[in-house]
Ligand binder design. Structure first.
Ligand SMILES: NC(=O)c1ccc[n+]([C@@H]2O[C@H](COP(=O)([O-])OP(=O)(O)OC[C@H]3O[C@@H](n4cnc5c(N)ncnc54)[C@H](OP(=O)(O)O)[C@@H]3O)[C@@H](O)[C@H]2O)c1
Length: 279
């Protein structure tokens, strides 16, 4: 089993840090979400990813509280939904998330989608800066932001996000965005890091890389993320896969293997941040 101590951390631009791999909780609901969060912590995860829009903050919070893992060891991440963009609405939405999670402080708070048509993400960002200043949130970040959106936050508030959580997997490796993040000191978190566990994991090149290291295709893909300095947040409903997905620190991919895993024509599985709207 992977001990939490064997998972390295990634430094954030605000002086804090997060584990190099996390546990995604969408679309777990109810008892599955509660037991999932508790079991993930027992398996060694220390970063748990939820969102107001996942409808599971209450259960995820209960799972964390009941896991037996000290609260201060856990990086609790949640996200602001589109319906609450704007300054006042962000502050109110945060209080609702905090109450549902049952925590004093949220460790990482993200704007879930930029919703450029609504054009309120800078006002929300200002509110998030205030939440951080008053200690209600440890680190602030965004999700699904493009360089243009990130540039506006920097120009209009002087504060860059610590994290941008974006779609990333071998079918959509985000080369340009990751280069921009590296220049700006923003950590890339990868959502759908396994390509949602679909046909990608049957790809012969990935299967071969996994075989060479005696790991599963899922582990090979997650290791690819780590070696690109991205923080994957795989979801697994339970059992062996959940444990495999954090057991990533006993092997290393060569340059050729990295290229073999990532070498395919880019295509998104999820929404385009310029147009995707969810409230
Ligand atoms: N910010 C955003 O806009 C956004 C969008 C989407 C997702 N997210 C976050 O990212 C997390 C992960 O993304 P995701 O759930 O879309 O996709 P994912 O983690 O890439 O894939 C999850 C799927 O892969 C399967 N799986 C897990 N481990 C596996 C393994 N080792 N081998 C083979 N199959 C495996 C799972 O099945 P089992 O459960 O049966 O193991 C599940 O069906 C979400 O839970 C959520 O927290 C964020």
């Amino acid at each position: 089993m992977t001990s939490a101590d064997s998972v390295p951390t990634r430094a954030l631009n605000d002086g804090s840090s997060i584990p190099a791999v996390g546990f995604g909780t969408w679309p777990l609901k109810g008892a599955e979400a509660e037991e999932g969060a508790a079991d993930a912590l027992r398996a060694g995860y220390r970063l748990v990813d939820t969102a107001a829009n996942y409808g599971n903050e209450t259960e995820v919070g209960r799972g964390i509280a009941g896991s037996g893992v000290p609260r201060e060891e856990v990086v609790v991440t949640t996200k602001l939904p589109g319906r609450h963009h704007g300054h006042r609405a962000t502050l109110d939405s945060f209080e609702e998330s905090r109450r549902r999670l049952g925590v004093e402080r949220v460790d990482l708070y993200l704007i879930h989608w930029p919703l450029p048509r609504i054009d309120q993400y800078v006002a929300s960002w200002q509110a998030m800066i205030e939440l951080r200043e008053r200690g209600a949130v440890r680190s602030i970040g965004v999700s699904n932001f493009t360089p243009e959106h990130l540039g506006r936050l920097e120009d209009e508030t002087g504060v860059l996000p610590a994290v941008n959580q974006v779609e990333m997997h071998p079918l959509f490796p985000q080369d340009e965005l990751r280069a921009f993040h590296a220049e700006k000191g923003i950590v890339t978190e990868s959502w759908s890091p396994l390509g949602r566990g679909g046909e990608l994991l049957d790809d012969p090149a990935i299967v071969e890389v996994a075989r060479a290291h005696g790991v599963t295709p899922g582990q090979a893909v997650l290791r690819w993320h780590l070696q690109l300095d991205a923080v994957p947040i795989p979801k697994s409903g339970g059992g062996r896969r959940r444990r495999d997905n954090i057991d990533l620190f006993g092997f290393e991919l060569s340059d050729d293997e990295m290229a073999a895993v990532g070498d395919r024509s880019p295509r998104r599985l999820g929404g385009d941040p310029e147009h995707h709207e969810e409230f």
